[in-house]
Every structure is written in C-alpha cells, then in structure tokens.
Design a protein around this ligand. Structure first.
Ligand code: TNX
Length: 526
C-alpha cells in the first residue's frame, strides 16, 4: 500500500489522555457480527472495495477530525450534520479536547498518487478509525456520501451500554469515470421554488452528481431577474404551461440556489435558450421578436415557433446584458445558450448568430455549451455540444474537436413516461423504464469517442410536472441509475447487481420523503 500523510493524526495521538481512553474502553465491549464491505448497497458502485470482516462503531464516543486545508472542516461539519439527522448522535468536529481515540473519523488532505483527480477519495475503515483521504475538499465531500450510505439506518444492540451504528471495515478506492455528471431541471415550463430546488440538490449530492443545469427561459416563461431588462420577469415571468401563475428567481434567490449547490459541490449551469424558445422574452420586449408575428403569452407545449431577430443590434445588446448579469452570479465555468429547435430561424441567420453569441459568452469568462444543433455553426473547439437526438450533429461536434455531453432522449430523458401506467411525463421518444435508463453504455454510445465525452446529463423537462413531488416521481429512481452511469466504470456495472442495490435505497428515499416511482421492474425493499 502507498503511504498516506496524516500530519494532524500523529499530533492528535500524541496528546491523547490515557486515563480517559481506559475509561472509554470499559464501556465499549462490542460484539460484532461478521461484516462484508463489498456487499453494501452503495450507489454509485465504487472503483475498488477490499473487505475484511470487522466493524467500526459509530456511537456517542465518535469524533471527527479534519485537515485544516481549505474546505475540509466544512465537509466534516456536513458529515456531522448528516449523522445527527440519521442517528441523532452529536459528533464533535475538531474539538481541542480529545474525548476518545477508539472511534475517530479523520478527513485528511493526502498527496497519495493512488488518488486520481480532484474527486477521488480513499476510505480506510478499521475497528477504531475511519480515515478518508482526498486531494481536495471536493474529493472528501464525495467520500462523505459513501460514509453516509454505509451508516446503517438503525443502530444495533451490543454488549456496550450505548447504541452503535456499525460500519464494515475494509478499504475503498474510488474516483469517477466522467468529470461531468449532471441533471437538468426545466424551471421555465413550470416554475419550481428555491426551497424545492435546494431539496433536489441535497438528494443529487447523496448520489455524487456534480452539476445541475437550470433551463431558465423558454416560450412559456422567463425565470431569472435581469436588472437591465426588468420586464423579462415582470411580464415574462408571469406565465407557465397550463396557464398557472409562473414565477421567477430574483438575483438573490438564484444566488441562494448557487450557494446551496456550491456547499454540496454541485455546479449550477445557467441556460438562457436562444434564438428559439424565446417567446416569453419577446412578449416582454417585442423589439426582440424575429418571427414576424405579434408575440402573445403562450401556455401550451408546442416547440419551434419563436426566434429572436438575429439582425438587430439591440438583440445583441440584450444578449450581452443577460449573459453578463447571469455569468456574474454563476461561479461555474459554463454558460448554456440553448440553440435547440430554432425551426423558424433561417440557417444562414442561425450560424452567424451562434458564432456571435459564442464570443459574448467567452467575453464574460465562460465556456459555451449548446444543444447539439450548435455543432453546425463554426464553433470553437472549447465549446461543448449536448447530444439529445442527432448522432449526425454530435459527430459533427466531435469532428470540430468539441467535447460533448450525452443526453440521448431514448435513454436519458427523465421527462419520458416510464411505462403506460406513468402518471406524468411525455412519450415522444417512447417509454423509458428504469432498466432501459440504466442499461446503456455512455462509454461506447453511437461511435462517439470516449475522449470527446465530458460526461452525461439527464434532462427533466417540466411540461407535465408542477410540484416537487411530481418532479421526484419522474427523476427518482432513474436519476440514481444515471449517477452510477456517470461515476462507475463499465466493468463494475451490472443490471442484476444494480437492481438489488437500488431496491435497498428505500430506507433513504422514505426518510427523505422522496416521491419515487415504484417501478415494477424493481423488487423494492419494504
Ligand atoms: C425537446 S431536448 C426539447 C424541449 C422539450 C423536450 C420535451 C431539447 C433540446 N428540446 O424543448 O421540453 O423535448 O421532452
């Protein structure tokens, strides 16, 4: 095994009081049943698991120590909060006084070469300590999710006076296959409140997803406050599919979503869809409209009828203002410009438009993402195309040296009905049951070279859903399988094995009150 540097661990050991240790020992005679770390129901499945048969007791004596490097203490506190929520134990973080050295969790900045990339982590679980090593606080955060999943839902009786939650001993070495593992939420067709988006983020983080793309604007509504163009939300925010009241995020609201996502190591990717899908903007500011008609509030579900006027300077001033304001609120590296289904924009107008917008995005310090149609414009190789339907467009992007994000509707669209019994969802691509959503290989999909794949994303369009519970019905459980497709290498994925692990997510799904679809292809644990 390679060496690990645990500078604070030796300091801690040095200062431990022998008396208090002996006292604790009396209380902690623990009679473990045999364990098997490799048989735990972890999702996503880790890269390497080596089990031995012992147990680490999480109990009232457990303490957490973290590296003093940036972000580590916060990650330690995050774990303590989640332990409290699950077990009611209060686990102190970085307390000066050493309470006990028989049950310590160390979250440690490591320079080990075993750890590949910023999100990699290693867990070394022994009877008296649980050591989490990573290169970055982000890696530690991913490892924390594994620890959360290893803590049993209920404590067990032992010879010890206190209740314990037993974690199997062994070693986990883990790192993601793709750097981009996301989902998209359409808040334009129907609006979702800040609190609902935050709840969704909490559950995405538990399965190690790391990006949330927000589809902020569409024909039916404009959802993000733009200070220099206030009518976008005053007028454009007041409608949605089906004629409901709509809604929008103030810049403060949006920043609150970004803050919460950042605390969960999730990058928010804002999307302002253009030149099509812009009816709500044109209703607010008719000067922007390029489809030759008078724009009216639209609450139905048809696509492809709207466009900005790609010939007007005002339109580019508008785009510059919007991208500038939204970029300033979004710390992530990407800006999504949509670009899909611009059926009423002439091709000779679409291409120079996309090229011009790409320069504006870059001027504001972001890397551009667009739906696959943008590959038909000249495109800089640093821009990214998002595959949803056309292999041809996507391979054009690959030819241009671009990276791609895979969201093939047939497999990845979370808004498709599961089956004929689905209460919500569309079916223009057919049904996407839980097994179909899992049983495909992004690594070898449609001849797209793996070097060009930035990652995968499951989009959730919201034409048919209006509440967090309906959102969860379509997202869960498919998004869980999706998290595994993005993280776990192909050799470690197996539907039969995944089915069992998924069936055993019920305690978490129930505790979090997630309205998941009880798909008949899974034998859900009661
Ligand atoms: C296609 S995918 C769309 C969306 C719809 C979705 C419904 C894409 C880039 N555009 O405008 O909401 O289908 O499934």
């Amino acid at each position: 095994m390679k060496k690990f540097t645990i500078p604070f661990l030796s300091a801690v050991l040095f200062t431990v009081s022998l008396n208090s240790c002996a006292e604790q020992k009396k209380k902690r005679v623990i009679n473990f049943p045999e364990t098997d770390l490799a048989e735990e129901y972890l999702i996503p499945k880790p890269l390497e698991v080596t089990a031995d048969s012992g147990g680490f007791a999480l109990d009232t004596f457990t303490v957490i120590y973290t590296s003093s490097a940036k972000g580590y203490e916060e990650v330690g506190k995050f774990l303590a909060e989640k332990i409290k929520a699950k077990t009611n134990l209060i686990v102190p973080v970085n307390v000066a006084e050493i309470l006990n050295m028989e049950s310590a969790i160390y979250i440690n900045l490591s320079d080990s070469f075993d750890l590949e990339g910023p999100e990699a982590y290693q867990l070394i679980i022994s009877p008296d300590s649980l050591v989490l090593n990573s290169h970055t606080a982000e890696g530690a955060f991913r490892g924390i999710q594994t620890i959360r999943q290893l803590i049993p839902e209920v404590g067990c009786d032992t010879l010890a006076a206190n209740e314990i939650w037993m974690i199997p001993t062994g070693i986990i070495n883990d790192a993601p296959q793709f750097e981009y593992r996301g989902t998209m939420l359409d808040v334009a067709r129907h609006f979702f409140k800040v609190e609902d988006v935050k709840t969704y983020i909490d559950n995405l983080a538990y399965y190690k997803l790391n990006t949330l793309h927000l589809h902020l604007t569409d024909d039916q509504g404009w959802r993000i406050e733009i200070k220099s163009w206030p009518k976008l939300t005053e007028i454009g925010g007041a409608s949605e599919v089906g004629g409901g009241p709509g809604g929008y995020y103030t810049q403060l609201d949006y920043s609150e979503i970004v803050r919460h996502a950042t605390a969960n190591y999730i990058t928010i990717i804002p999307e302002i869809d253009m030149p099509g899908h812009t009816n709500a903007a044109s209703v607010a500011y008719p000067i922007l409209n390029g489809n030759g008609k008078i724009a009216k509030v639209y609450t139905a579900m048809r696509v492809g009828f709207s466009t900005l006027d790609t010939h007007k300077d005002t339109v580019y001033t508008f785009i510059d203002d919007v991208i500038r304001e939204v970029s300033a609120l979004s710390p992530g590296p990407y800006f999504h410009i949509g670009g899909d289904e611009s059926h009423v924009t002439d091709k000779e107008d679409f291409i120079p438009f996309i090229n011009r917008v790409e320069k504006i995005v870059q001027k504001h310090g972001k890397r551009m993402i667009g739906w696959e149609e943008i590959a038909n414009a000249g495109m800089d190789s640093t821009s990214i195309a998002q595959f949803w339907r056309s292999k041809k467009n996507t391979l054009t992007a690959v030819d241009k040296g671009m990276k791609v994000i895979l969201s093939p509707a047939k497999k990845a669209y979370l808004d498709m009905k599961y089956d004929e019994d689905s209460e919500f969802g569309l079916d223009w691509v057919g049904h996407v049951p839980v097994d179909v959503a899992y049983k495909w290989a992004p690594e070898s999909y449609e001849s797209i070279p793996i070097e060009n794949i930035l990652g995968i994303e499951g989009p959730l369009w919201s034409e048919t859903i209006n509440t967090i519970s309906e959102l969860e019905y379509l997202a869960f459980p498919r998004i869980i399988g999706f998290a595994e497709l993005g993280w776990t290498i192909r050799e470690n994925r197996d539907w039969e094995d995944y089915r069992i692990r998924l069936a055993n997510q019920t305690p978490y799904l129930k505790r979090m009150n997630i309205n998941y679809y009880r798909s008949p292809v899974i034998e859900w644990k009661q």
